[in-house]
Design a protein around this ligand. Structure first.
Ligand SMILES: Nc1ncnc2c1ncn2[C@@H]1O[C@H](COP(=O)(O)OP(=O)(O)OP(=O)(O)O)[C@@H](O)[C@H]1O
Length: 229
């Protein structure tokens, strides 16, 4: 479903990604694990088109997207939940979700979204800025989901979120995958969360993927070593 091949990205002269390649299948969740500064956010920004590739390719369901602007990538089936959530603090919860429906014919938030995140229904008239971090994360996921993506990208969704809410987010992601059979790619530093949601785990270090394992064969001690400074 998502096919990333030999992706190189640089900030000016400074090379950040050195040839990233991986595939993520339909109805599969993949976690990209790595410490701060290893290239997770750079990879996600290049997948959604905020950062240009120096070389390499990105395909969604067999269609090349790496030359497209972000909005076209969304139309081709990628949705992005950025690090730090980036919801609109002065819009209500409902209005925030509706921003994801900009190009849709019907602006009504599908019931399925509120069924997945009941707290968003309870809070639908509140301002996004008044929600807790975990609720804002659920809001950011809801906003991404209404574009009906084939591939959902989430950059460090557990960052700054309490452990009990992290479990809710894992549950929601598993539920979303079960309902929609989409591809989910998540970057993470929290191993327990990755083990709850991912079918396969990768480790990124210095802009390269240095490890891959299925969940079943994952040696958690080894991953912890990668994640510790
Ligand atoms: N705007 C920028 N200009 C120059 N270098 C940058 C820029 N943003 C990131 N980098 C560099 O690119 C590398 C990868 O950073 P990136 O933010 O992708 O890491 P990360 O794994 O997402 O870390 P974090 O969890 O802190 O977001 C780092 O060496 C970083 O210093």
């Amino acid at each position: 479903m998502l096919n990333v091949k030999d992706v190189f990205v640089a900030y000016g002269q400074s090379q950040a990604l050195h040839g990233i390649s991986f595939e993520a299948n339909r109805n599969e969740t993949v976690a990209i694990m790595g410490r701060n500064g290893m290239g997770k956010t750079t990879l996600f920004k290049s997948l959604i088109g905020v950062l240009p590739l120096k070389s390499g390719s990105i395909e969604v369901a067999g269609n090349a997207v790496h030359k497209d602007e972000s909005y076209k990538r969304v139309a081709k089936g990628i949705a992005y939940v950025p690090q730090g959530r980036m919801i609109f603090p002065t819009l209500t919860v409902e209005e925030n979700i509706q921003t994801g429906l900009e190009n849709a014919k019907v602006k009504k938030v599908p019931e399925e979204i509120y069924a997945l995140f009941p707290v968003l229904w309870d809070m639908r008239r509140r301002k996004g800025g008044n929600l807790s971090g975990g609720q804002q994360q659920q809001l950011a996921i809801a906003r991404a989901l209404v574009t009906d993506p084939k591939v959902l990208l989430l950059d460090e969704p557990t960052e700054g979120i309490q452990p009990s809410i992290i479990k809710d987010i894992a549950k929601a992601l598993n539920e979303i995958r079960k309902l929609r059979e989409i591809t989910i790619v998540v970057s993470e530093q929290v191993l327990s969360f990755a083990m709850d949601v991912a079918d396969r785990l990768f480790v990124i270090e210095g802009g390269r993927l240095v490890h891959e394992s299925t969940r079943a064969e994952t040696d958690t001690a080894r991953i912890k070593q990668f994640l510790s400074v």
